[in-house]
Design a protein around this ligand. Structure first.
Ligand SMILES: C[S@@+](CC[C@H](N)C(=O)[O-])C[C@H]1O[C@@H](n2cnc3c(N)ncnc32)[C@H](O)[C@@H]1O
Length: 411
């Protein structure tokens, strides 16, 4: 058997496994990842992936039949882009498949000045198949970018995507302008929000992310432990629904962030029946008729409109947040960590006006630092504050010619 025949055989054998089920396909890719992780078999595994990519196409049929797809993500359409034109990215059905959400989010990132990510330590929350984390590393050369996701399968696929893009077709590393490879800049980790960074004491300078905000219509579903052996539907649902987080604009503002809207588009929405159910109990959603309507309608109305043949869209916005006074806000929350849970959860540091924020935040930080040292307010004795009495005395002397001083009752 020639080497070429052996390779073709190996690819067919691999595809047969993938065809059996989504779980089998995932298992097959996990073994490829193990080979990629081992430097002694890395080149061979990368060559195998290149052969596999040549054998399949990037169609929905491939995804349905073999339970994976390898596709190109075009990068050079984004403003100011000078790096490579495409990334090669695979997906499996149990993880989020990049679509309008992702592209709107990435567009928003591109509207920032380049300097905000260059040489920084960055995390992407909810990295899915890892394409945005890898694109950030490729375009902005951060010193490190951590791709984090709660779905264990997403992390494994992200690592495969990292190798796919860090090495060329024959398994050799691709170097960037600073002579580093993507493997030097990127790591992927399973993590609920920023848990990984907190537990490993990773100091982040920037956090970007696009994670679901809508509570799961079936609350019991989210209390399950998330493992890579959970069902494909459950793992996929992590892309659309969350258990508790609700990371919304207001929440950031209350925590002392200044929030700016960077970019917004409208996105067509298909099935919203689950959202109609959620709306009955709590949340109020906003949809729009068509892509240009700007009068918000609720999920129930939108659902009826969709059923009658109308197209429904929802707005997708990309926000940028920055702590107003990082050191001061840190002091406040550090103090509240120790037993002030109620104040901690009700504290609202959102201020319409910057000048009010500039006055109140340092005051609260000062108060926190005083209370940290002693558990009571350091009131002066009943006679009153000496400094205050001096001020009154000066005032009386100056404006009313009454010769008072702070200590003596009679002139
Ligand atoms: C809309 S997808 C975005 C994926 C990717 N950034 C992209 O644009 O293709 C949201 C991702 O957030 C992940 N996710 C949901 N809740 C999360 C959490 N609490 N912590 C981390 N990731 C979470 C999901 O598993 C999913 O991969």
């Amino acid at each position: 058997m020639t080497a070429a025949t052996a390779t073709a055989e190996a690819v067919e054998e691999f595809l047969r496994k993938c065809e059996a089920s989504g779980d089998e396909a995932y298992g097959a890719f996990r073994s490829v990842l193990e080979k990629l992780e081992d430097p002694s078999s890395r080149t061979q595994a990368q060559v195998f992936l290149s052969d596999l990519q040549k054998r399949v196409d990037d169609s929905d049929e491939c995804l349905n039949k073999y339970h994976f797809r390898i596709q190109d993500v075009v990068l050079d359409q984004y403003e100011g882009y000078q790096g490579r034109k495409n990334l090669t990215m695979m997906v499996i059905p149990s993880i989020f498949i990049p679509e309008d959400w992702s592209f709107t989010f990435y567009e928003g990132l591109n509207r920032h000045p380049d300097s905000i990510l260059k040489d920084k330590t960055v995390a992407e929350l909810g990295c899915g198949n890892g394409w945005i984390t890898i694109a950030i590393a490729e375009k902005w050369l951060p010193s490190k970018v951590y791709g984090l996701d709660i779905n264990p399968r997403a992390i494994k696929i992200s690592w495969i995507n990292l190798y796919l893009n860090a090495l060329d077709e024959i398994g050799q590393p691709i170097y960037d302008a600073e002579k580093k490879t993507l493997l030097d800049r990127v790591e992927f980790h399973e993590s609920d929000l920023l848990a990984y960074c907190r537990d490993h004491d990773v100091k982040l300078e920037r956090i970007v992310g696009c994670i679901p905000q809508i509570l799961n219509p079936n609350p019991d579903a989210m209390s399950k432990i998330i493992t890579e052996n959970a069902s494909e539907e459950f793992l996929y649902s992590l892309s659309n629904y969350c258990a508790l987080q609700g990371v919304c604009k207001r929440l950031f503002e209350r925590r002392g962030f200044r929030v700016d809207k960077l970019w917004q588009t409208k996105i067509l929405q298909a099935n919203i029946s689950a959202l109609v159910e959620i709306e009955k109990n709590s949340h109020r959603f906003e949809f729009f008729m068509g892509l240009s309507g700007d009068l918000p309608i609720c999920a129930r109305t939108a659902w009826a409109y969709g059923k009658a043949g109308g197209r429904i869209s929802h707005a997708l916005a990309v926000y940028s947040c920055q702590l107003r006074q990082p050191n001061q806000v840190k002091k406040i929350f550090e103090f509240l960590k120790n037993g002030f849970h109620e104040i901690n959860s009700s504290l609202d540091l959102s201020f319409e006006d910057d000048s009010i924020a500039d006055e109140k935040i340092p005051f609260l930080a000062y108060l926190a630092s005083v209370l940290k040292e002693c558990s009571f307010f350091p009131y002066e004795p009943p006679a009153g504050s000496k400094r205050f009495r001096n001020l009154i005395a000066d005032f009386m002397k100056k404006y009313h010619h009454i010769p008072l001083n702070a200590d003596v009752r009679k002139p």
